[in-house]
Design a protein around this ligand. Structure first.
Ligand SMILES: Cc1cc2nc3c(=O)[nH]c(=O)nc-3n(C[C@H](O)[C@H](O)[C@H](O)COP(=O)(O)O)c2cc1C
Length: 324
């Protein structure tokens, strides 16, 4: 067991987390990450109701006896009917070890989660939001850099700047996200002051990831320049695969499209259909720049084992540099 405040808080072997991923982070993928010594998060937004989330928690418990959490991303909802309250109720009733929130201030839920014995990790794209989260009593903060898959916020600041800055300004443990995929980047995150890394894109390209093989093949071939940021005009910046849908969104935004105009292209349901049918040009598909460093589809266990082995090698190499 590697020891940081995050591994101790969650009771996990390695300081490696898999963040929420709508449609992908379900029981199979989540339990694979947790069984490999990390911590996965079932993504509530993949399910139509809180009861479906409860059923998925039960399914994951049948697949692992290791800790896993629930991601409740409270982003501005495109489709009416925010289910945050109901998702929080299920997480508390099921007493999952940890909830990952994102998107807006989780203050209304801190006390409820803590009374149920649930830890709260809030994910933010800026140091000021990290400090705010600390002030309302969250247990840890994940900071995501501009290179991340999904929502990097509106400031365009990369991980290399955000992580040491946040680490210096927080007392609670910090998790680094955005651009991590291997042992080299794990060591870098720890060196910058984080106590774990959280990855999306690397686990998206895993054997257990439930998306069509066309997307996996695309990811293995993709370069670090094959993603782009859209939806800035509606203040919901998102880093996604540079496909036909992404270019359409960019063109529509340049022409002054409103949220209502964009919904038919950016709705999550279009993305879900694309994952299933394997049409890589359809839907806005979250993906980080680190895709350019992913050259192989591995099992989650291989991903994590390789990360730890490579991190140890890098540390030895660094010690040699310092003459230790
Ligand atoms: C395909 C995909 C879907 C994602 N969906 C969500 C989501 O539903 N909720 C959320 O909080 N974050 C979501 N994210 C963000 C990840 O949890 C994580 O913060 C991000 O992937 C970290 O950056 P990386 O992609 O460079 O590893 C998603 C990321 C990807 C790649």
């Amino acid at each position: 067991m590697l020891k940081t405040r995050i591994t101790e808080m969650l009771g996990i072997e390695y300081p490696i987390l898999m963040g929420g991923m709508q449609w992908l982070a379900k029981a199979d993928l989540v339990s694979a990450v947790s069984n490999a010594g990390g911590c996965g998060f079932i993504t509530a937004a993949s399910f139509a109701s809180a009861e479906e989330v409860r059923a998925e928690i039960h399914k994951a418990r049948d697949m692992t006896d290791k800790p896993f959490g629930v991601n409740i991303s409270m982003l501005p909802v495109l489709i009416p009917g925010d289910q945050t309250d109901a998702f929080m109720d299920v997480a508390c009733e099921e007493a999952v070890p940890v909830v990952e929130t994102a998107g807006r201030n989780p203050a209304p839920y801190v006390e409820k989660l803590h009374s149920a014995g649930v830890k709260l990790i809030h994910k933010v794209p800026a140091v000021r939001f990290a400090k705010k989260a600390e002030s309302i009593g969250v247990d840890a903060v994940t900071i995501v850099g501009f290179e991340c898959g999904g929502h990097p916020g509106m400031d365009d600041v990369p991980s290399l700047i955000l992580i040491p800055k946040a680490a210096a300004e927080l007392d609670i443990p910090l998790i680094a996200a955005g651009g991590f995929c291997d042992g080299k980047s794990l060591v870098a995150a720890l060196a910058l002051g984080a106590e774990a890394v959280l990855m999306g894109t690397r686990f998206m390209a895993s054997v257990e990831s439930p998306m069509h093989d066309n997307f996996k093949r695309w990811m293995v071939a993709a370069k670090e320049t094959d993603t782009m940021v859209v939806e800035r005009s509606i203040r919901n910046a998102a880093r996604i695969i540079k496909n036909e849908a992404a270019l359409t969104v960019a063109r529509m935004e340049a022409e002054g499209a409103t949220l209502d105009d964009l919904i038919p292209v950016i709705s999550g349901k279009v993305g879900r259909d694309a994952y299933l049918c394997g049409d890589i040009n359809r839907g806005t598909i979250a993906c980080g720049q680190v895709v350019g460093r992913i050259h192989e589809i591995k099992t989650c266990k291989q991903i994590i084992d390789d990360m730890i082995a490579e991190a140890r090698e890098r540390l030895t190499a660094i010690e040699r540099i310092f003459g230790a």
